[in-house]
Design a protein. Sequence first.
Lengths: 299, 955
Amino acid sequence: MSDVSELPSKEANVLKGHEGGVLAARFNSDGNYCLSCGKDRTIRLWNPHRGIHIKTYKSHGREVRDVHVTQDNSKLVSCGGDRQVFYWDVATGRVIRKFRGHGSEVNAVKFNEYASVVVSAGYDQSLRAWDCRSHSTEPIQIIDTFSDSVMSVCLTKTEIIAGSVDGTVRTFDIRIGREISDNLGQPVNCISMSNDGNCILASCLDSTLRLLDRSTGELLQEYKGHICKSFKLDCCLTNTDAHVAGGSEDGYIYFWDLVDASVLSRFRAHSSVVTSVSYHPTDNCMVSASVDGTIKIQT
Amino acid sequence: MNTEEDDFVFYGTPIEREEDLTSRKKKAVAEASGHLRTLPSWKQEVRDEEGRRRFHGAFTGGFSAGYYNTAGSKEGWTPQTFTSSRKNRAEFKQQSMLNFLDEDEKEELEGRSLGTASQFDTFGFTAAEIARKQAEKEQQKSVKFSFWIANYRPSAVPGPAPDEIVLPATESIGVKLLLKMGWRHGHSIKDSHVNSLYKARREARKAFLAFSSDDAKSQPEDSEPGEEDHKRILDQPVVDDFPSSQSTPVRISPVYILNPKEDTHGLGYDPYKHAPEFREKKRTRVSGKQGHGNKQALSIKDSLFGLKFTFGPSAGRAAPVYEIEDTYIQEDEEPIRSTTENMPKLVWKEQGVLSGFKVALNSDYQLERFDPPVIPKDFLPHHKFPGPLEFDNKPDTPPEVPPPDDENLKVLIEGVATLVARCGKLFEDLSREKNQSNPLFSFLTGGNGHEYYSRKLWEEQQKRNGQKKIALDGKFSSSVDKMTVESRGKILGEMPLERSSRDLSSSIASVNVNLPFNLSDTFTKPESSSEFPEVAKPFQDDPGKQARFEQFLKEKYQGGIRSTVSSGASNMSEAARARERLDFEAAAEVIEKGKFNKENKLHSQQLMGFSASGGMQLTFGGLQQVKDTLDEDLATKKIYPRREEFQWRPSAILCKRFDLIDPYMGKPPPPPRMRSKMDSLIVRSDLKAMKMEEAFSADRNQPLALQFSTQEVSKDVVDRETEPGIQVENVERPVDLYKAIFSDDSDDEIEASNLNTKEDPEKKVEVVHSTLNRLMAGDFLESLGKELGLEVPPNPPYSTNIAGSSRQKESAIANPDNVNILSVEENSFSIPIAHGVSRKERAANDEKTAKKGESGKDEQPGPSKDKSDKVHSGKIAREDRKKAKLPPGLHRKRTSTSSEDERNRKRSRRHRYSSSDSYSDSSNDHRDRHHSRSKGRKKRSSREKASSKKHHKHR
């Protein structure tokens, strides 16, 4: 079932430019471009397939922790240690709006489907939804049911899902007005949704990735082998949902089989902690970012 | 002066001096006396006694209202005489448009009025009309003249006629004569009373009959008016039938047609306004219904009268009049028609087709018929109920049969038998049906191994029934013959006295617990708790959980007084415990099913309900101390993931932005979740730990404390642990409470140097109390708070600055403050400085925590930091602290010795006090403490992780 040969194994490109660690690297919605952000307070736009650096976005006052781009590639949203959420225009590279309000560092940020709302997750134990349509810079909703830092957020058409260090993955269903809290018992570092939207992959600080069934909250599988004890490490599912990919603190990238949780492949991609992995939406291609300041494209 | 004035620019109206005013007045008076006499009235200016002109308003005369500001007029002043309008009331004039028109407009209007041009005015109507109008005008001028003129008739022949000489008459001579006789326009002749009218009509009818016989044949061509008359008779219209009326050429006496409203439409509403063809249709339908009898009569009459008859003279001049009338009448006279006319109509009426339409040969619309389902021939009207679970009616027991040689088959048979026994006969039927072709399942249909199967099935059923009966009513169980000591004990509700596996027995206070526990156990009905451990180990991988599960089972089936210890690990949050309990419930059910033990579900349900309010159960604080170590490792066990659901209200705009419908649209906001209470209790467990340690250190530091035996220490521990229960009250402090405590910090410190600090704290205590009470309204803690408000034990202030979010920080700070105040009041004339010192110290801590919150993880926890920094170093922290006491140097730096002494003294006081009433408190407080402890520990662990992670993350 799982074809190991499909998995990315060879290094196609190395994107260098960030000074200091890269904290996140993300493909855009069609996979043609890649965005990265890091400790050097910049966001960089790359063409990962040709290895070209396209643009740099500078405005953040501290490290940039997360970046997300709209479906139409017109707007960026980023967040970081300066407790602000920046809403950028991609083409001009200007900040359209700055959303202030988080009490401390902002860990993750995402656009919703229509790019009308930005949801940010902060160290201040809250999720905040910001309105991109109006000129208001006040959050339109603050969700503060978390009891610890919120590390990661995912949005669907109708739900806001967020993982927190308090060990919960909380799903806020806007349609029915319910909050579903799945307690994993371990601090959740990063959550990532499967491409079919049925499962949530949660990276926990006990060096385990956990796959949850979204509808029932059942723990479907645990993926172990890598090291994830103190860093916010990303994890993701491959484009076919057949494998689970994740970085490790020792610079390795791991691939697990989704079903039987066996490590299918592991290779040392970076010299230091692999902070972020992002899988191409259609191809067998993956981008990984590391504290060593490099972004690598694996095919 | 002038030069000076040039330099200044004046704004506004200068305030006038008193002298100026009076001088002007004088001037005005002088002017009035001098000028006014000389000037003509229209030149005079009216001024008041102050010499000012009065402005009456732009539209009311400006400066001179009325007639030169007088009430008079040019003619002089004449008072108006009163005239009553009483008599004039009747003179109400009907207004018309003409009243409001000017002369020229009227002319114009008259020119515009429509009329037949004279050369087309064949019958002279328009001419007559004009003539009449003019005649009326003339009449108004001189009646006589008009009367004379009225004798002339308007000429029917168009052409210029000298109007001066010949004026057309408005009325015919006949009308004139009638008028003279008393007839008036619009009235029928001889209608002075109804009777006469009626008579006339009767006579007319007779006359008609007479006429008809004569004239019907003689004048067949003029059928129309005659028929009309005939109709009128039938319908009895108000119109007079007298021939004379027909000769009135101009004034047509109005014909009232009785057209009764038969439909249900609104008045004046004509549904056929735009579709007259439907009106016809409708009418035919209606008449088809009601006009039947009528028609009959008509036909008779028709035959009686002959087909046609005429009446009255057929004067050429009057013909148009008839035509007019005809159009009136035709509207409602449909049913009465000559048969020749009616015939075609009747034909299409019967078909029910609109005029202009043709009936289609085959219509699209067909009534669809749904035939009832065909009942199969072999259907028996007998309901087969889903397989009965009990097979009591099976009379014969199948003989013992050796199992088939094939091991697989044997297993299969046994499995199926078990299933069938459990699920009922239906399952057997089903599987038989399903596996008809499968040779493996041939035993179901009587093939290989059928005997064995039936035997097995019987056995299973027996077993099952037996179990059931035991469960349902132990005394009448069918398995009486196999009764053993154990089973009898089970039935009688006895219980083996002591089970060594109990973890309770090892605890300090277990003596207290076990005694009533066991006693009560002997009286409740136990359901074989002994048989569970062997059978059910659903949590084998998790010994802690398994232990708890067993405890749970015991509880569940034994009943009696429960200790909360058994309800779960105390380090689990309430929610976690609830979840676990659910798990246990499920597991227990599975086991039950597995053993076919139909335990009375109601009992478990009740238990569930009871356990939901878990904290209410009686507990003994001392036990938890023991449990703690046990729970530490339990916390890491896999009870995850657990799912919880809460209400969450998305904001309206969020829904809008997500393009979703707000699920809470128009609903009041949901009540705030109670979680926040739990959250802010994070500090509690830490506090408690600190306090414990405090207690120990106090013992060491002060010789006074040594008099306490270890027993008392443990009691003290118990007592200490009741504190959070009190502190829970000010979990959600509003700002004013916060302010009440902090607002006058500076004052406080000043006053601290003074000796009379007593007033201030007392005041504060009052404030705090009132706020607290307000807060707790409705809470069951209210009374408790009132009682215990002053008895809150002193709390070391440095125990408060635990790294955490600001919220927690706040609560942590607020609590000791509250406590401090209280304690100060308690021993008010001891050392007032302590108050201030502790405050200062707290402020310092505040700063520190704030700083920490700001710069968070970049800072490394160093020894210079607060003790609370240790929290992050994990589970060992507490043990560390226990061993390592307080870092003395650190402590000295922050607190003065005097304050510490004082605190110690307070503490010792508290000890004495608490030993007396700790037990009464503990029962009440336990719930909250329990919450706080478990929650707090959990939170802390996660927080530790968070903080530790924080320190490493994003380096």
